[in-house]
Ligand binder design. Structure first.
Ligand code: S3P
Length: 174
């Protein structure tokens, strides 16, 4: 079974995903890290040297290259569900979980962690705020297609994992 963890940049997908995986002794993988290892360069470098379109192409290919018969949690990039038909692909091959935060929380977190993110790194605090509010509103259309939506500040990764394992909310055909 594959659990895809989605949500905006700064929502804590990797930390939360690692805790979910630890609870069930499943594998954990981070989509950005798989891409960085395969390309031998950081996401930041891929954006600046090859452009966002190139990144979105390999992001979509990498997502589809993940083996489906393992039990694993995949932490996606913030944009993964919003390009190509990635959200439909994830909903048809696993359980999507949206780790949801409001814009204020994300603004606070990302102000401290924008340097490693190519889409944010050159923004002033005012621009960052406007960008996050607008981008979150745009992306929620995709994020809200997740099978499970959880409050990122309150959810317990271990309990969520117990629920997923005991009542898998997915189509048995997949
Ligand atoms: C992106 C989010 C990043 C990374 C890339 C683009 C986005 O991942 O994939 O910088 O479009 O939101 P995180 O959500 O892990 O920061």
């Amino acid at each position: 079974m594959t659990v895809y963890l989605i949500g905006f940049m700064g929502s804590g997908k990797s930390t939360f995903g690692k805790r979910m995986a630890a609870r069930a002794e499943w594998q954990f993988a981070d989509l950005d890290s798989i891409i960085e290892n395969a390309e031998g360069r950081t996401v930041n470098h891929i954006f600046s040297a090859s452009g966002e379109d190139y990144f979105r192409e390999i992001e979509s290919q990498t997502l589809r290259s993940i083996r489906q018969h393992d039990n694993h949690i995949i932490a996606c990039g913030g944009g993964t569900p919003c390009y190509k038909d990635n959200m439909e692909y994830m909903n048809s091959t696993g359980i999507t979980v949206y780790l949801k935060h409001d814009a204020a929380t994300l603004i606070h977190r990302l102000a401290k962690a924008k340097k490693v993110r190519p889409l944010l790194k050159n923004m002033s605090p005012g621009d960052l705020k406007k960008y996050i509010v607008a981008k979150l509103a745009e992306r929620e259309e995709y994020y809200n297609k997740a099978r499970i939506i959880i409050d990122g500040l309150r959810a317990d990764p271990g309990k969520l994992m117990d629920i997923i394992i005991s009542h898998p909310p997915y189509n048995e055909e997949h």
